[in-house]
Design a protein. Sequence first.
Length: 581
Amino acid sequence: MKADLTRITFEPSKHFSRVIMQQGRVQLDADWNEQAAILSHYLQALTADVIGPQGGPEADLGFGIKAYPSAPLSPVSNDFQVAAFALNGVRQQGLGTYYIDGIRCEVDSTPVTVKVQSVSSTPPGTATVQADQWTLDGTPFQLNQFVELFDDVQLPNIRPQFSPRAVQITGVQIADAQRPGLTLTLQGVPSNLNSASAPKLRRLITYLSQPDYPVPDGEKLNATTGPTYLVYLDLWERHITYFEDDSIREVALGGPDTATRAKVVWQVKAVPGTLPSGSEGRDQCDEFKPSDPNFWAGLFGANRGRLKAKAKKNDASMDPRIVPPDARYRGVENHLYRVEIHRRGSPWDGKDGTKISAATFKWSRENGAVVFPIAKLFSGSSTTTVILKNLGRDDRFGLAEGDWVEIHDDDYVLQNRAANLLQVQSIDRTGLTVILKDVPGSSVGQDASRHPLLRRWDQQAGAPAEGGLTVGSDSAALVQEGVWLELENGVQIQFQTLSDQNGSPLSQYRTSDYWLIPARTAIGDLEWPTEADLQGNPVPIAKPPDGVTHHYAPLGVITLAARGSVTLAADCRKSFPFYAK
């Protein structure tokens, strides 16, 4: 999490059950963040022990796949609905839930009540309705938009999913939208719509319109790329500050923020592949083979890189593994260093020709928490002009000429992109205007509704012979294994060498993976685990990344016809019984 933190102290192997507050003591964020992490860990472990790695309640089983919309409307090409579910073949009321590794994935939408004015049974079936508001989940109704129409009757003492209703959930299309009068004309409605007790509209969630994954062009369905796809769920936790969601800030405080949030993000993704002949009688979810032979290793590979950290050793020592007692962190302030992988890939082999493709990293002495909200952004031929809403609260969290920054917004984060870092050329502090060298190369940061930010990173190129960083083609530092690299003030890191019997690197570094390194002036050292060598000297331990942790589950196998129509070949979801009292 890129928050203004002291450190992260939760460690599952210690088996702490709770944090206990003592009277008259200083309170730190780390203690109470650990309490929340302990509780979350126990709840997720308990849920996974009961449900298993994945599954959902059969009466509320979410993330079902089906072509949309259903007859009598024409199917939409190269897209499918991802929130449908069924119990005994009958779609129920809610949008559904699913659990992965004990974490609950929820598909939800706030419905809008409508009043039926007229209904025509002539195919494809039309109706004129009046809505009680003009936004659906914060977005205005639009012409040709697909939505779901349903009867929201709920009888006392009867669970909503079992309440009798005249109209089942139906996908409809908006043929006309008149803002005056809040009037909508819907196509594809059932002929008995007048019998609905409580008709409502809600969002129809599809692969291309899911809330937290703007599908990149390279991942859109294409019959020529592959007629068969495995659809799977990718679940991870995103850090949210008031920059991304201003509602979490208390306006009565007059500006300052307080706590941040962690959000469970689910993303439905699809990978092309093949099914072996004769697999129809077997579990096609297990038989599916991705076109990319390294796909599974990319998702589940254990070799995501390992990192060591230490305070700079005494030059008199001849053993590079040993941390001598006079090693010092020379900073004048406490910091939480963040080392984060920028461009994914293999480590740099030291050759100039591989700089353009090797994995890179960036680092921040403030855990990457130094950000500046963007008001406007203009890209020129060789520079980028950025108008900011502020320039930070002080010098420590400010911006200076020569700093390296990253432009990002919601789409950039949700797609896990890694664009070139840009350097600050000049700053007009009166006009809150920053000129950056070079241009982003995309439209990132130009849509105000996507919460654009400028994030500062603190790395600088140095002399390799003295442990300085070598910059890659994206202006981030190249990942080099087996070499101690100095960040600043005696803070050194080393990516552990991992290779096969032929000497080829095994580590595949993944964008956004990170390590946190607390540096403390009181001890003049880093808080990093060590072990004793045979002589009793402390040696830093190589750690896997602290995050980001992704959880995956297959949803189904689909086939894609030449015209883009989608057919579900196999449902990969697991369910557990639902018992009504």
